[in-house]
Design a protein around this ligand. Structure first.
Ligand code: SAM
Ligand code: DTB
Ligand code: SF4
Length: 314
């Protein structure tokens, strides 16, 4: 029988959180250097392939049908539209192309078109990532078959806090999809959002779940809430920058080989804050002027920041 091994207890993770800031960052940078080139980051570009009208009620999201936001509902885009954007992303320097849909789950009727998109993007010599909501086991296997590299499906927060953020699905639903993705042999991308009104302990519990997965996720995005007018979280309090950096550092220490992505919310972080996140172990970003429905830090700004830091893209 397979016994689950605990790699990091919550207590150990809390001990990291309590370290003096300099000690924590030093430890994180040490682990980072043992496992990665400290002056290189991975860049992915995001594209919304099906925008708005999502039946889920995630309280942070611009695309939920339950909230009155500025997002217009669109149909699933054509393969040609997706390929055109993927080409542009490649020319800007991205190595991975992530396609997101505002769906609760992937419908079988859309599977073959999605597979065509994956194949066409792969043909451009880009890595592929999808984020389409819940998957069935057979769908994950079918996506692997067509060559999908990564599937993104965030756990967002601790299990307890998650039930306050979303009522239309459970943490267990999320974990099930992640296990189908892992079992199919697709690389796992799963992380969280800070700024949902959660406590620090919820952030540590999220890391506890991520780092104790039998196989740790290859990619862990950490998002800072993008406040969207019309959603219940539009006026949430800002996340403390040092807490954000600590979470990045703890993710780096507990998941040494993982790519930790400084994800949504970078456009509200100044250069020094982003530099500290990179120093704490973040080594992946979304590159491109837009995320899914909101703006990202601009390509021009990112180019000049990476230049100043002498960080190269992979
Ligand atoms: N519908 C799919 C799902 O929920 O898995 C895929 C798209 S969804 C927009 C992808 C992820 O983006 C969410 O899981 C969440 O972590 C993140 N996200 C969405 N809205 C956000 C916001 N306003 N601020 C920060 N992150 C956000
Ligand atoms: C992830 O962790 N963050 C990305 C991606 N994975 C799919 C999405 C961020 C969305 C930000 C809000 C928006 O643009 O709608
Ligand atoms: Fe739908 Fe995903 Fe937005 Fe939740 S986060 S409302 S599942 S698009």
């Amino acid at each position: 029988m397979n016994k689950k091994i605990t790699k990091w207890s919550l207590e150990d993770i809390e001990t990291l959180y309590r370290l003096p800031f300099n000690d924590l960052i030093y430890k994180a940078q040490t682990v980072h250097r043992e496992n990665h080139d400290p002056n290189k980051i991975q860049v992915s570009t995001l594209m919304s392939i099906k925008t708005g009208g999502c039946p889920e009620d995630c309280k942070y999201c611009s695309q939920s049908i339950k909230y009155n936001t500025d997002v217009e509902i669109e149909k699933l885009l054509s393969v040609d539209d997706v390929v055109a954007q993927a080409k542009a992303a490649k020319e800007s320097g991205a190595s991975r192309f992530c396609m997101g849909a505002a769906w609760r789950n992937l419908n079988d009727s859309n599977l073959s078109k999605i597979k065509d998109m994956v194949k066409a993007v792969k043909d451009l010599d880009l890595e592929t990532c999808l984020t389409l909501g819940m998957l069935k086991k057979e769908q994950a296997e079918s996506l692997k078959e067509c060559g999908l590299d990564y599937y993104n499906h965030n756990l967002d927060s601790s299990e307890e806090y998650y039930s306050k953020v979303v009522s239309t699905r459970t943490y267990k639903d999320r974990l099930n999809t992640l296990s189908y993705v892992r079992d199919a042999g697709i690389k796992v991308c799963t992380g969280g959002i800070l700024g949902l009104g959660e406590e620090n302990i919820d952030r540590l519990k999220l890391i506890e779940v991520l780092c104790n997965m039998e196989e740790q996720p290859e990619s862990v995005p950490m998002n800072k809430l993008v406040k969207i007018e019309g959603t219940p979280y539009s006026d949430n309090e800002n996340v403390d920058n040092f807490d954000f950096i600590r979470v990045i550092a703890i993710a780096r220490i507990t998941m040494p080989k993982t790519y930790v992505r400084l994800s949504a919310g970078r456009d509200t972080m100044n250069d020094e804050m982003q530099a500290l996140c990179f120093f704490a172990g973040a080594n992946s970003i979304f590159y491109g002027d837009e995320l899914l429905t909101t703006k990202n830090s601009s390509i021009n700004h990112d180019k000049s920041l990476l230049d100043k830091l002498r960080i190269e893209t992979m």
